[in-house]
Structure formats: C-alpha cells, structure tokens
Design a protein around this ligand. Structure first.
Ligand SMILES: Cc1cc2nc3c(=O)[nH]c(=O)nc-3n(C[C@H](O)[C@H](O)[C@H](O)COP(=O)(O)OP(=O)(O)OC[C@H]3O[C@@H](n4cnc5c(N)ncnc54)[C@H](O)[C@@H]3O)c2cc1C
Length: 483
C-alpha cells in the first residue's frame, strides 16, 4: 500500500477491504476537505466553549456557546446518516464507517455521534412503544432538527467501579421515575436525550443495583429537566462539550428491567468502545499520513528524511500495524453488528464479541497514542507547536485511551469474560484458519496457564499476555481479510 492512500480515510478503508467506497461516504469526506477540517481546527483552538447559564432576565437556559460553524459541522454527520442509516439499513456498519471518517478529521467530533447511537440503541431495544414513538423519530431526523443523545454513568467517585460509585437515586413517580444526583463526566452536555445510570432506593450497593434510565433535556412541562453545572476544560476532544450535570428530581423512564440495568449499561458501552476502536485507528492513520507528508519534504543530510533507512523502516512498521489495527477494530464492528440486538441471556457470539472488543479497545487506543507521539517526533521541534495539528493528535489520543474504560478496565473485563464465559476458546476457534496452527496452540496454552494462576498473580501479570493476545489477534485477522 502506498503512503499516499493514507491521506484519505475512505481510500484506506477500501484498500484494507473494509468498505466499498460508497458515494455518500466519499461525499462526507470531501466535505471535511472542503470546509470541515478548518472548522474543526478553529473549534480546537478556541478551547472550551462558553456556557450561558441564564438568559438576561434570569431564567435558567444552560446554552452552550460554540461558534455557528460548529453546529454546521456537527449537524453534517447527522444529515449524512450516522444515526438514520442504521435504521434504514438495519445495520451498524454505515454508522461506524461515518465515525471512522469523522475521527480522521476530528476524533472528538465522533463522540456526539457515538453517544447518540448509544442512546437510540437501548431506546429501540428496551423502550415501550409509547416511549419509542415519542423519542425515536426525533433522533432519526435527517435535517438540522435532529435530537442528540448522551450516556452519563460516571460520578465524582470514579468511573471504573460504577457499582460502588454511582450515587444517583431513582424514585418511582407514577408511570415514570425521578432521578437525583450528579454526573461528573457528561459528554455531549446539552443533549436532548440521555441514558443515565442510577440506583433505585433500597437497591443493592453494587453493580446489580444499577438501572438505566432515559432522561430528556426538557420535562413534559417544557422546563429544563437537568442542569449543566459547568463545562470541563480538557486537553482535547473540544468538539464535544463535556460537563457536570445536576439531576434534581429529573423526569426519567426506566429502560428494560431494573435488575438487568448493568447489562444495559454494558451494552451501551459496547457501542462506544467499538466506536473508540475505529476512532483510534482513524487517528493513527491521520498521524502517519501527516508524518509522511512532512517526512517526504523535510530534508536532512542531503535527502528527504523519509528516505533515511531508519525512518523508512519505522514508517513501514507503522503501516503494517495500522493495517492490523484496522482489522482488529473492524472485527469488533462486524461482531457487534451481529449481536447488538441480543438481550440477556446472551449467546456465545456475544461473549466472543466482548473479548474482541476489550482487546481492540485496549490495543487500538495504545497504538493511537504511540503513533501520535511518534508522528510528533517525526516532525521534530515543529511537531510540538500548536499551529501544525500534529500535537493535537497526541492530545486527542490521550483521551481515547481513558474514556470508555481505561486500559486496566479493558484487561480486567477481558480476563473476566475469558474466565467466566470461556471467551478465549471461542476466539481461538474463530481464528482457527487464520493464524498458523503452532502459534495458535502456543497462545492458547499461555492463556490457559494465565487463567490457572492464583488470583493476585493472574491479575498482576496480565498485561503482557493481554497485549500479546491482542497483537496476535490483530495479526491473524490482517492475514485473512477476505471473507
Ligand atoms: C473527556 C472525557 C469525557 C468523558 N465522558 C463521559 C461520559 O459522557 N459519560 C460517562 O459516563 N463517563 C465519561 N467519562 C468518564 C470516563 O469513562 C472515566 O474517566 C473512565 O471510565 C475512568 O474512570 P475514572 O476517571 O473515574 O478513573 P478511576 O475509575 O478512578 O480509576 C483511576 C485509575 O485506577 C485504575 N483502576 C481502577 N480499578 C482498577 C483495578 N481493579 N485494577 C487496576 N487498576 C484499576 C484505572 O484504570 C485508572 O487508571 C469521560 C472521561 C473523559 C476524560
């Protein structure tokens, strides 16, 4: 594959056999080249948007003040079909293709689309007919009137151990619920509809006590139903406003059965973790593409730096790993597309998906961070300057590794699904004809040995194995892209 292909997200996806280069996707990319990238750069430079909490007469309004171009850029993805195509084609594939193209230009902008997708998915699966009729059409609009979603779980005491940290309480109120509590990391603050984790009064103080609720921005009386306490100043992902949210007796609807809440929460996370995988690969592609443009023209010791053997080899290795990362991320998308409509109890395919998604989230995010750092090094000193974008890719990548579950969370959840569901055996069956037999057996034996260790050692020594398993899976998948 030539390095020039990397300048286009759609061409790259085509080259690695992930998409057919559909016209609507090409048009979406072309729009970013024409105007979207410039808007995105300006939004990043401007930093945290303003929050206007009150109108001039003192009424609470919580309006987020981005420049008008931001809203044009944001709505462009919804118009292109990041939500409505899922329901039109009964498949998640178009959404993830659009998310990839988005993240190539602006990894943070992929967040509002992802959390909106993660809102309509549980609504369409678990909402009753009345709830669906009320909210779904709003989110499937193809014009600027489209509603956005959000997924708010994390509170001040921490995001990894939700079972212990969620203190938001749900009280029954007729046919609905009232939520009271504070969400500390709430991306897409201001969204018209959010899915929110809360605990019913008297429910267990662990993950089993959590349930999932739908919370609209405005209540049935038209008043604000939640308030934004403040917006966060972040190092990156400035194209999505992340805020602190106050729920005070806020109107809410329970999704699914209360005691299944943790499953619903994990289903929501499935969608965003997989989006994070594709976002990470897209960001890595972008970083390599930019590094190449620079290295092909910057000269040192009499020739372009790209032509020096040491750097050239690094480029070739990065390209090979980008290919592997794209196959691993896309496998997570393909498997998710098959299982996302499942409800508990889940099939074996679902457990296989979960393991692949944990491996992919862990590995692609790490690859994105390392690649963005390397791209900065290729740029040398100018790479550290804010005016040439490459430092931005590193800032964005740092967040990709943390939200949707840190690397530790991915490793430990991956371990759990292997231990409890035997997902590693499903994975090895899945890779049977793709990986060389001897390597497959060796990896299988290593995993079994790890699982048989005493608990403290099993967890304490997990990272090397998990990293190798992810890398092995990515390599096996990239060996056999045709299916
Ligand atoms: C920009 C941004 C936007 C976000 N948006 C949202 C959002 O919209 N909705 C939402 O719900 N959340 C959101 N989050 C929160 C995010 O999901 C959490 O930051 C993440 O899950 C980690 O939680 P934490 O930050 O509280 O870290 P903690 O859970 O406090 O963890 C701290 C450290 O301890 C490690 N750790 C924890 N447990 C273990 C263990 N058993 N073994 C080893 N290490 C462990 C963690 O991996 C981490 O390194 C956002 C975060 C960011 C940065």
């Amino acid at each position: 594959m030539s390095f020039d292909v990397l300048q286009s997200p759609v061409q790259f996806l085509q080259q690695v056999g992930i998409c057919a280069g559909q016209d609507w996707l090409r048009e979406y990319e072309a729009w970013f080249e024409r105007e979207g990238q410039e808007i995105s750069d300006a939004v990043d430079r401007a930093g945290t948007p303003w929050l206007r909490m009150f109108d001039r007469w003192g009424a609470r309004e919580d309006e987020i003040l981005y420049p008008p171009e931001y809203w044009r850029m944001l709505k462009h993805g919804y118009r292109a079909g990041v939500l409505w195509r899922v329901f039109e084609q009964n498949s998640l594939i178009p959404a993830y293709l659009l998310l990839y193209a988005t993240a190539f230009y602006d990894a943070g902008l992929a967040c509002p689309y992802t959390v909106s997708l993660s809102t309509i998915a549980p609504l369409s699966k678990y909402g009753d007919e009345e709830l669906k009729a009320r909210f779904l059409p709003r989110m499937l609009q193809r014009d600027d009137s489209v509603w956005q979603g959000a997924t708010w779980m994390t509170e001040i005491k921490g995001g990894s151990d939700l079972g212990a940290a969620v203190e938001t309480v749900a009280q029954h109120d007729g046919n609905k619920w009232r939520l009271t509590g504070d969400k500390y990391f709430a991306s897409n603050a201001g969204a018209e509809l959010a899915v929110v984790a809360a605990r019913q009064e008297g429910a267990a103080q662990n993950v089993r006590g959590l349930s999932l609720y739908l919370v609209p921005r405005r209540g049935e009386d038209g008043q604000l139903n939640y308030q934004i306490r403040r917006l966060k100043d972040k190092i990156a992902t400035r194209s999505v406003p992340t805020g602190e949210i106050e729920l005070r007796h806020s109107e809410a609807w329970l999704l699914g059965q209360a005691e299944h809440g943790i499953y619903l929460i994990l289903e929501v996370l499935n969608l965003s973790r997989v989006a994070n995988c594709m976002g990470s690969v897209a960001l890595a592609q972008r970083a390599i593409a930019d590094a190449y443009s620079f290295a092909a023209r910057r000269t040192a010791f009499g020739k372009p730096i790209f032509e020096h053997p040491l750097l050239r080899r690094q480029f070739e290795d990065r390209l090979q790993r980008l290919h592997a990362a794209s196959r691993l991320g896309w496998e997570a998308v393909r498997l998710l597309d098959k299982v996302w409509q499942e409800k508990p109890p889940y099939s074996e395919s679902y457990h296989l998906f979960r393991l692949v998604a944990h491996l992919a989230k862990y590995w692609t995010a790490e690859f994105a961070v390392q690649t963005a750092k390397w791209a900065m090094e290729v740029y040398g000193g100018v790479g550290t300057l804010e005016e040439y974008r490459v430092e931005r890719w590193l800032r964005e990548a740092m967040i990709l590794a943390i939200w949707e579950g840190t690397p530790h969370r991915q490793m430990l959840d991956g371990l759990e699904v292997m231990q409890r569901k035997g997902a590693h055996r499903l994975l090895f069956q899945h890779l049977a004809r793709k990986a060389p037999e001897a390597q497959l057996r060796e990896m299988e034996a290593r995993v079994e040995r790890q699982l048989s260790l005493p608990e403290v050692e099993r967890e304490g020594t997990l990272e090397k194995l998990f990293n190798d398993l992810a890398s092995f899976t990515a390599d096996a998948l990239s060996r056999d892209p045709g299916r």
